[in-house]
Design a protein around this ligand. Sequence first.
Ligand code: NOJ
Length: 552
Amino acid sequence: MTQDLAPSVRQAVRPAQQAEGWWRSAVIYQVYVRSFADSDGDGIGDLRGIRERLPYLAGLGVDALWLTPFYASPQADGGYDVADYRAVDPLFGQLSDADDLVREAHRLGLRIIVDIVPNHTSDQHVWFQAALADRREGTARERYHFRPGRGEGGELPPNDWESVFGGPAWTRITEPDGTPGDWYLHLFAPEQPDLNWDNPEVREEFTSVLRFWLDLGVDGFRIDVAHGMVKAPGLPDIGRTEQAKLIGAQVLPFFDQDGVHEIHRAWRQLLDSYDGQRIGVAEAWAPTSERLALYVRPDELHQAFNFQFLTCDWDAPAMRDVIDQSLAATQSVGAPTTWVLSNHDVVRHTTRYGGDDAELGLRRARAAALLMLALPGSAYVYQGEELGLPEVTDLPDEVRQDPAFFRGDGQDGTRDGCRVPIPWEGEEAPYGFGPGGSWLPQPAAWAGLSVAAQAGDPRSMLELYRSALALRRDLPGLGDGEMRWLDAPEGVLAFSRPGFVCTINTGGDEAAMPVPGRPVLASAALAISIPEGRSTGGTVRLPSDCCVWWAV
Ligand code: NOJ
């Protein structure tokens, strides 16, 4: 018998969310604001565009949205260079649009998480402008890290730190009188000066900014560079180059310093002082799962992105190790684990898994989605992954905007390829993205990947996500909770949750195994042989790169 498991369950409007700890099981959809939906035809996505598309997201079956920064910004790093934390950039709308969006999302049962960027401001922020203008000690410069240069004339950077985007992490300023002056620290682009979190004024200002958005009704914050706000005293040298390779591999004097936890603890208290379970999510790069778990201790943040899962190879034993480590680390502090396959900083996983072989990539991405959504905890979906979008690898240099691309070999500098506006409908670009064009060109092949092209096609990626998300709500064993590994052939991972089994074959060959239950969803067509005269038992031949959900 060959079973083609078409989506069977669908829910348009979501039931009320679990009252306790909603984030422990939540599926959170990342909206990269400038590339989601454009309402005014300037080719750049905006808040109104998102509001108009909320019914799509509610129908998809996610619980919450994370919106990337939409604050006033010169856009030197896609909005992660904030000039005014309390204002919406005119590119994206105005404050009333943010207000409307939050209200409408809540009406549809969707929560809203906004990005907060506390490690650095824009160089156009009033604080930094004041710092440039005033060199007196104990003044505006103390909100940032200004230091005299080394060398006889101060012509060398104060230490050997490198920017994540490549090149030195320091830029020398010209003083108002025209003379070469001090240097300031920027772990990212020069347009993103690092704040000095030892300065109480910085802490107070961010408390006030968080309150501003909490009062507006947001359900939480994704905290950008949550591991970076505190620097080692004295800003010591690292003593080697290619420091970007050390990020997430070891504690650095600028990343994962223990002092950051005090800030997160204070923020947790603030979040808890509001009703409605507002949450903090750490974007933190820590060298081990254990150190990452420190960010989600009971009195700190609620979640941290699990990048170890994102960076794991397509290989059953490696995946099993990462899953075990992730669960053990978060369980040790009582927090839920998060799972994420893609975001706006990495090559989309269809391309990561398949390379040039698009069909292979899509097959694996389908399987990975079912694996991720079956694991205990909360999951993140990056816009367009539910359409199976690949990375756009042939963007011409002149349209690129990623600052890393222009700064040599720090971060890979290819982050534009995952940020191309998503296709909604129609045969021609911009495929319903908006009434104008799109800020990055969309490939011709995306007509066939649009929401409209996939909706209702049981074999599409979109319908796979819709079915999986609906089942995830219906099957009580999914979301937060326990899992147990089951015996499985080489290359296969099998685990059980209450009333449920998930099997995934990452190997290159079909794998035969006993049928563990009734199949409810599969990422590819399945062949199951059941012995004559019996309704259960039998053998399933699990295709290569296929994941199956079973009810037991
Ligand atoms: C992480 C963000 O995800 C990335 O897009 C940004 O460039 C850096 N933080 C710096 O803010």
